[in-house]
Design a protein around this ligand. Structure first.
Ligand code: ATP
Length: 673
């Protein structure tokens, strides 16, 4: 034994030394990474004393390729094929092309937010102000196509909350307020500042205002680069013009603005400084948007007729017409020749661009505006919790239409069940009625809470996912604030239901029994709501969650204690009643109701007491306390599951790999030569 230990000594020593060496290497690596982050943050953040400055950022990319392995694994589809270009500080760059040409993909790649997939391969070079991009520190604003907000908050509240979550905690309340006012003014949102954002149920601000609010929320963090994916989609001509004017002004203020856009009208096209034309993932043109683009195509034998909107002209010449085989082959040939022509010219056009780039470096000062102050000092857990609690509270309590529907449902179902089980009495037949009513009450309460949550949460999750992708807050304070804010409103509906049903059905008259009845169904409602959160965190859409939630609940209903006696449950399914929130609620309600009751009886086989009825249900040996503890465990389990799933499902983005040597025909160094 001693010899064994003696041999183990040197081995343990070597292991310890190796561990220490690995730790010190890791420490060194973390320090190096922190230094890179700090250097990059210096590039991206303006401090409180350089308020109003926008550090110019030029983005350059080359040989960007994005390929997708088709489902059967046989074909590879190129979403982007060797795309190169540049977005300059102070310029508005438009990415145009037919539907499916890769505009959104390119925008996602440039923003570092292409959703990760094992079927996608992404490679290329991305540079910021001539330096290779450090992905984790690349601070950008990304205005998505769909505008998602907490619908019950006003425009000002939405922006104020975003500013509190994203701005440095060292800013005073006054500075923060002034900052929000500036953004409201800058984006033309002053007139609707006190209006609620609204949603499909309640009309709020207009589509254009929503888009500008999306831009405003992104501007809070003072980004140098702003990406906008089809910012005019779904807007009327006037609103589209105003949104594009906003983006143009941001470019004039020194931001680098890149947007994808579908067939803009002439006045919008006139605002573009630079243009990228994509077709089937390949570049057809990249360079200046106005005269240079027109003369480029003119030289290739495609002059733009007078008084024709250049955007429409480009769309016509780069689209493939599938109306007949002849037209398809003709238009495809034209497109192939345009792609080939640009490939040949690209180094020439891009070297022009890189020469101009040198002039753009230096600090921009926007025209006398006190604007953006950010810092990397994040707010703490407790402050995040307080802010999120306020938001969750406003969202829950102000949602009149939803709360009204829930109240109506609770009251009407209580009246219906109360009428069916009217004053049940103490005959033998009333034993079955009582059990039926208690089971129905348990199912109704759970279903109402579940459907409300699965209907609302998947949409909310999309907003939260986006905010968490920006690292605005942690998951813990979010979930806890949601839970606490929903307690008063969430509890009021089961209480309404119980208060009406209880006297109508003539349940046990003791006041403590009534209190326990309400307590059990309220707790069950929260457990069902927590289960709804898990379903919402798991399902990709509201529709999927609506299909999954009730199906899962049906299993718990079947094993809810009424339909299958727990002693007759097949061994394989025994675990289901133990985790069924319906079963424990039903059991607690039965124990609460039947204990101490006496029933009228004529025959020797009749049940005389409530205890005997409980024996028949196999509930005789348990207590209300045990049932409530089990229900509490189920509640905590579903909250924990929601936390784990939300944490695991945090959006992941595709990593940009370096191209393989034979793929990279043009490297960034060559572009600069
Ligand atoms: N994750 C993905 N899985 C499968 N196909 C994808 C994926 N991402 C993009 N695509 C395909 O890649 C092509 C380019 O898509 P992308 O959304 O970038 O085009 P787009 O030019 O923005 O189109 P639109 O103008 O219609 O929004 C499309 O054919 C699209 O179906």
């Amino acid at each position: 034994m001693g010899g064994g230990l003696g041999n183990a000594g040197p081995v343990l020593g070597a292991l310890t030394a190796a561990l220490l060496l690995a730790l010190s290497r890791k420490k060194k690596k973390v320090k190096e990474e922190e230094a890179v982050v700090a250097e990059a943050e210096e590039d991206y953040y303006v401090s409180a004393d350089t308020v109003g400055a926008v550090k110019p950022v030029d983005l350059q990319w080359s040989n960007l390729s994005c390929s997708l392995l088709e489902k059967h694994g046989k074909h590879v589809k190129y979403l982007l094929n060797n795309v190169s270009g540049e977005a300059k500080a102070g310029h508005l760059l438009a990415i145009m092309g037919p539907s499916g040409s890769g505009k959104t993909t390119l925008l996602n790649v440039l923003a570092g937010q292409l959703n990760a997939s094992p079927r996608i391969t992404l490679s290329g070079y991305l540079y910021i102000n001539g330096k290779p991009l450090v992905s984790s520190t690349h601070k950008v604003a990304y205005v998505r196509q769909d505008d998602l907000f907490f619908s019950q908050l006003t425009v000002r509240e939405t922006l104020s909350l975003a500013s509190e979550l994203q701005l440095s905690s060292s800013l005073s309340h006054e500075e923060r307020k002034q900052y929000v006012d500036n953004i409201l003014y800058r984006l033309g949102l002053v007139s609707c500042a006190e209006s609620r954002v609204g949603d499909a149920k309640v009309r709020g601000i207009s589509g254009g205002e929503k888009k500008r609010l999306s831009i405003a929320c992104e501007l809070i963090a003072s980004p140098s680069v702003i990406f906008a994916d089809e910012p005019t989609t779904g807007l009327d001509a006037f609103q589209a013009e105003r949104v594009m004017e906003t983006l143009q002004n941001l470019a004039i203020d020194g931001h680098t603005v890149v947007c994808s856009i579908h067939q803009p009208r002439g006045s919008i096209y006139a605002k573009f400084d630079d243009l990228i034309l994509l077709a089937e993932g390949s570049l057809v043109y990249a360079g200046q948007a106005q005269d240079q683009a027109l003369s480029y195509f003119s030289k290739l034998g495609h002059p733009c007729p007078q008084h024709v909107n250049p955007a429409e002209f480009f769309a016509d010449i780069i689209s493939v017409d599938y109306s007949s085989p002849d037209n398809e082959s003709k238009t495809r040939k034209r497109l192939d020749s345009l792609v080939e022509a640009f490939r040949k010219q690209s180094s020439e056009v891009l070297s022009d661009v890189s020469i101009q780039k040198q002039d753009a470096i230096g600090v921009f000062k926007p025209s006398g505006r006190r604007a953006i102050a950010t810092g990397s000092k994040k707010i703490g857990w407790w402050k995040q919790f307080r802010l999120l609690l306020k938001r969750a509270w406003l969202q829950t309590t102000r949602d009149g239409p939803t709360n009204k529907v829930r109240a109506n449902m609770s009251i009407s179902s209580a009246i219906i069940f109360g009428s069916i089980f009217w004053r049940m009495g103490f005959l033998q037949t009333a034993i079955q009625d009582r059990m039926g009513l208690l089971q129905v009450a348990a199912i109704n309460t759970a279903m109402a809470a579940l459907t409300k949550t699965v209907n609302v949460f998947p949409k909310e999750r999309q907003v939260v996912d986006r905010e968490r992708a920006k690292n605005s807050y942690a998951l813990g304070p979010y979930l806890l604030s949601k839970l606490i804010a929903e307690i008063p409103v969430g509890a009021s509906f089961p209480l309404m239901f119980g208060t009406i049903l209880y006297p109508m059905a003539g349940l046990n008259t003791a006041l403590t029994r009534f209190g326990q009845f309400c307590g059990v169904i309220t707790m069950e409602a929260f457990a069902a709501s927590a289960m709804g959160l898990t379903v919402g965190a798991m399902a990709p859409t509201t529709e999927a969650a609506m299909a999954l939630g009730p199906s899962l609940m049906t299993v718990f209903i079947v094993f809810g204690g009424y339909y299958v006696n727990s002693e007759n449950t097949p061994a394989f399914f025994r675990w289901i009643p133990r985790v069924s929130l319906i079963r424990w609620a039903f059991q607690a309600l039965c124990l609460n109701e039947f204990r101490g009751l006496k029933f009228e009886h004529q025959n020797s086989y009749d049940l005389q007491t409530g205890e005997q009825a409980l024996e028949r249900m196999s509930f005789g040996k348990s207590t209300i306390k045990e049932a409530i503890i089990q229900e509490g465990r189920i509640l905590l389990f579903w909250y924990w599951m929601s936390y784990v799933l939300l944490k695991r499902n945090k959006p992941k983005f595709q990593k940009l790999e370096l191209p393989s040597p034979n793929e990279s025909s043009v490297k960034i160094e060559e572009l600069n030569e």
